[in-house]
Design a protein around this ligand. Structure first.
Ligand code: SF4
Length: 625
């Protein structure tokens, strides 16, 4: 067994009701690490081009990584990978919760589910004992109730009614954490699979365990001393971003018709902390505890993340936190992605506002939106249309120019008209409109030091670097929020009008050449904690260059999958509203000038003019097509 891995893949076929194990293929594991990199490689290899996401042969892959199951902070996460029923492109989503560690301790690096059960089932994994059990009594139940009915000693991943009814943005829920994006829950529902439950006590080898324990102490202190991971996130949660994005005019408002609203600050992280916060919560073994538990209607429930506030609150004109708490809870319990749900409801409201689809949906009506979420999950009435996502709704009712999605995936809560590099990232990230595969907006608008958000200078190489780092993080698998700590803590104290701040931002903006060179550099040093942890686990040196290459390979593997499924340059696009309509008074701050960045990005990525990955680039990274 190689250090960092259990060495086994569990394959369950729900059509035949059988399972088997196989060794994790060493060559691929060494190239792709685990998580989304390895899962995408496997998905590509075991599916035929054009396979429908709802075809029983479509695999649903749960993957862990080499840091899963260790004491490393922010490491207990899993990735679910499949073909997205929302976009037709690569589909994946990462999740905290308790399944990741327990699946690995049950003895498996990955679980691959294929086939379709005749009736609702769940898979229970207790090391070598793998059973497919009846779940008819759970079908129709919410994600929270479902979890209480399953064995308490197991880590869980479940779907709610949205997954059962194949809402195209249905999620998979583990504890209070959610694998929300790209409709992975709908693929699970299409297999009549209500839940996965796993537990075990197996161990895997860590080569330098004593050093890892020591480094762990250092890292916990480092994260606690850092302003973002030690103060802002624990104190305000991800909702700290409400105030920042409103100040930057980039929080979606009325389906991206505006960049903020006079009432946006009513729903800020500060408001939540002052009036509703019961306590912080967090993922297993994570000292940051960015999750919220809030008082709501006499109960304590999970509080909303920033994205949920942005899309189900601000974007819908719902400017009070209790209504947003209800919407957030419903999204989780019904099992759907709150980003896509908020995006779809906002689009439906604007279609109604313009008389293009008389559906009665109106901005600002929190109770109406709660009812609509239930209708979406059960595909009841107009909920059946909204469950299809913005792209399909636009094909039916019109409004393509303000259907806010990329490749069909609804955009998160950062309007790229105030962070142009983020616009390029949205357009080019393989799974579609996504903020977690690079988070360029942090370097442009929401972080402590920002490169001019309305400039294209240095943005293509910045986006490539950010995407590669994020892909390596999701292959290891760390939580993406670990990247916040990469910005030195001293940066948080700088005066934006001071000399030092201006000098740094100017230097960053002029660093295009250097960044371009760095994209493919093989930096031989082990610098950041990602590389250090992997070095200690594997017992061999993992350098910054190696880590970057793992990320590049995982990212390009996703791109290769998309190319095989027919995605080209035309799909690396933004909705017309984000290209042509400005939300800023200053005429220089136009929509996103994507056309001025895309060719440079392709050149750095090794794509031809049509966006197809070249053989030279595949050879460089050792990717077989
Ligand atoms: S930072 Fe937050 S989301 Fe990430 S692992 Fe920690 S608690 Fe979970």
């Amino acid at each position: 067994m190689a250090p960092g891995y259990m060495g086994k893949i569990l394959k369950v076929d729900l059509t035949t009701g059988t399972h088997e194990t196989e060794e994790t293929f060493t060559g691929d594991r060494e190239r792709y690490l685990g998580g989304k990199g390895l899962a995408t490689r496997i998905l590509y290899d075991i599916t035929k081009p054009g396979l429908d996401p709802y075809d029983p042969a479509m695999p649903l892959i749960f993957s862990t990584g080499p840091v899963t199951g260790t004491s490393v902070p922010q490491s207990n996460r899993f990735v679910v990978t499949t073909r997205s029923p929302l976009t037709g492109a690569i589909g994946n989503s990462t999740c905290g919760g308790d399944l990741a560690t327990k699946l690995k301790k049950a003895g498996y690096d990955l679980l691959i589910v294929t086939g379709k059960a005749k009736k609702p089932v769940y898979i229970e994994i207790r090391e070598d004992k793998v059973e497919i059990k009846d779940a008819q009594n759970l079908w129709g139940k919410g994600a929270m109730e479902t979890q209480t009915a399953l064995p308490r000693d197991c880590g869980l991943a479940v779907i709610g009614p949205a997954g059962e009814n194949k809402v195209r943005y249905a999620a998979i829920v583990s504890g209070h954490r959610v694998a929300g994006r790209t409709g992975v829950g709908a693929v699970m529902g299409s297999k009549n699979l209500k839940a996965v439950a796993a537990t075990g006590g197996k161990k895997f080898e860590i080569m330098e365990e004593a050093q890892l324990r020591e480094f762990h102490k250092f890292m916990v202190k480092f994260l606690k001393d850092h302003p973002m991971t030690g103060d802002i996130l624990p104190r305000l949660g991800t909702a700290n971003l409400v105030r920042i994005t409103a100040g930057r005019n980039i929080i979606p408002t009325f389906n991206f018709q505006q960049g903020h609203h006079a009432e946006t600050l009513n729903i800020s992280g500060e408001e939540m902390a002052s009036h509703y916060l019961e306590k912080q919560s967090g993922c297993l073994a994570c000292p940051i505890r960015c999750g919220r538990e809030v008082k709501h209607q006499g109960k304590v429930i999970k509080g909303p993340e920033f994205e949920t506030i942005g899309l189900c609150g601000n974007n819908l004109g719902v400017f009070n936190l209790p209504d947003i708490f209800t919407l957030s809870y419903l999204c989780d319990d019904l099992g759907m992605d709150s980003i896509s749900a908020g995006g779809c409801l906002g689009f439906a409201a604007e279609l109604n506002q313009r008389g293009m689809w008389k559906n009665g949906v109106e901005f600002g009506k929190g109770a109406q939106f709660a009812e609509l979420l239930r209708k979406i999950a059960h595909r009841d009435g107009i909920g059946d249309e909204i469950a299809e996502g913005t792209k399909r709704m636009a094909e039916k009712f019109g409004g393509r120019e303000f259907a806010i999605n990329v490749k069909g995936l609804e955009l998160p809560a950062y309007d790229p008209r105030g962070c142009w590099g983020q616009g390029l990232e949205y357009a080019t990230t393989p799974r579609g409109g996504c903020h977690i595969n690079g988070s360029t907006m942090y370097m442009e608008a929401t972080g402590p030091i920002t490169m001019n958000p309305h400039s294209i200078k240095a943005k293509p190489p910045l986006v490539v670097m950010q995407q590669n780092t994020a892909a390596a993080i999701s292959s290891s698998i760390f939580c993406q929020f670990t990247a916040y700590a990469m910005i030195p803590k001293q940066a948080f104290g700088l005066n934006p009008n001071g000399f030092a701040y201006k000098a740094i931002t100017t230097a960053l903006l002029n660093s295009g050449f250097f960044l371009s060179m760095s994209v493919k550099s093989k930096m031989p040093a082990t610098v950041l904690w990602f590389e250090k942890y992997l070095t200690m686990i594997f017992g061999r040196k993992v350098t910054m260059g190696d880590f970057n290459e793992y990320g590049a390979r995982a990212f390009q593997m996703e791109r290769l999958y998309n190319c095989r499924e027919g995605f080209t340059r035309k799909d690396d696009a933004l909705p017309a509203r984000l290209l042509n309509e400005s939300t800023f008074k200053d005429l220089m701050k136009s929509g996103v000038p994507l056309h001025l960045m895309l060719d440079d990005y392709y050149k750095l990525r090794g794509y031809d003019h049509n966006g197809v990955i070249t053989q030279k680039e595949l050879d460089r990274l050792g990717i077989r097509a």
